[in-house]
Design a protein around this ligand. Structure first.
Ligand code: WQD
Length: 341
């Protein structure tokens, strides 16, 4: 007897694809909707190679009501939804705010409306630690103040959490918002991983592309912060650990374990690492040196943010298992496999 069907929006993307694998591992039946704007179809074959199962894939857009209606007509037995589909490049959101507000905010509104029309009440939402801005105190708990967003991207995450807050009050919708810190790394098989389109915005894909020779050098944005070595501090977590958290969250909803109609969890390791520590760990663990220089600070960067994970550990029953070394080694193995593709 297979476990319930779970709709995964953006399920071909970085975190989405790793979550689809973990849903299979837990015996669920994922159904993917993805418009492939920010992901590549070969990842579906890779998921099959890893799991031995061919995911149900629907090429479509959560902003398009007709796409969702067609999918939900075909799969009326969907028990819950994990909603990844959103744009997430902080810098791009500053240049193209309406693209972000439409896709990230309207996408959630249309999705919620169509789910409610079908009586599908369980939603796991992909949120972000960017809602905390530059926290006064680290580590941040779920009760740390949400600060004015530094970018339209961060603002869309705050607005979406507010939409969920208002919606669960007056409907049967139950939701869990997962505030990711910095997901990095790749599946142990090196068959799936992060696929930045064009020049990577994020640190780790830029490191691996520099190490493999696709980029001339890494620029470390800022070395005069008030941190251990002057470079910014983040809470990096392994994407597989993050994926497993989503399975725990959807199970919590399906099993009616939630104590509030909207629950929020920080997903991190609870440990901060500086940019320079990430660089040094990569070189030490892979034995691969690469060029880097120190450059000016990047607009919108916060100096230091890392998670208090007490609530995720004790309430969600989830704790990261993989360390920074493994995150960087798996990211490197994935980059090398991409170069052979
Ligand atoms: C990390 C650090 C940069 C590139 C990301 C996502 C955001 C959210 C949180 C999910 C910063 C430095 C980077 C480079 C560098 N995740 N850096 N040189 O900004 O923390 O945000 O995680 O919602 O969506 O974007 O991650 O990897 O861009 O930067 O020095 O070439 O690495 O300054 O200090 P960030 P990042």
């Amino acid at each position: 007897m297979s476990k319930p069907k779970i709709l995964v929006t953006g399920g071909v993307g970085f975190i989405g694809s790793h979550t689809v694998v973990e849903l299979y591992n837990a015996g669920y039946e994922p159904v993917i909707i993805d418009n492939l704007n920010n992901s590549e179809a070969f990842i579906l074959d890779r998921i099959t190679q890893i799991t031995g199962q061919k995911p149900v894939f629907f090429k479509g857009d959560v902003c398009e009501r007709a796409d969702l209606q067609a999918l939900l007509e075909q799969h009326s037995d969907i028990a819950g939804v994990i909603h990844f589909a959103a744009y997430k490049a902080v810098g791009e959101s500053v240049q193209h705010p309406l693209k972000y507000y439409h896709n990230n905010v309207s996408g959630l509104v249309v999705l919620l409306q169509e789910l409610q029309a079908k009586g599908i009440n369980n939603l796991v939402f992909s949120s972000s630690c960017t809602v905390y801005g530059q926290p006064e105190i680290n580590p941040v708990t779920e009760n740390s103040p949400v600060q004015k967003a530094e970018s339209p991207y961060g603002n869309t995450k705050q607005i979406c959490e507010e939409i969920l807050t208002d919606t669960v009050k007056v409907s049967d919708t139950k939701a869990i918002a997962l505030r990711y810190f910095n997901p990095i790394g790749a599946h142990d098989s090196a068959l799936i991983g992060e696929l930045p389109l064009g020049v990577p915005n994020n640190l780790v894909p830029f490191i691996t592309q520099t190490a493999i020779g696709k980029r001339e050098k890494l620029t470390i944005f800022g070395s005069d912060y008030n941190t251990v070595d002057g470079t910014c501090v983040r809470d990096y977590l392994h994407v597989v650990d993050l994926a497993i958290a989503h399975v725990r969250a959807i199970e919590r909803l399906l099993n009616n374990e939630s104590t509030d109609k909207l629950e929020i969890f920080n997903l991190g390791t609870g440990k901060g690492s500086s940019v320079k520590e990430v660089v040094d760990t990569f070189v030490a663990e892979t034995g691969v040196n690469f060029n880097f220089v120190y450059g000016p600070r990047r607009d919108g960067d916060v100096e230091q943010v890392y998670a208090d994970t007490t609530k995720a550990n004790n309430v969600l029953g989830w704790k990261t298992q993989r360390d920074l070394k493994n995150m960087l080694v798996t990211a490197w193995e994935w980059e090398k496999s991409l170069s052979k593709k």
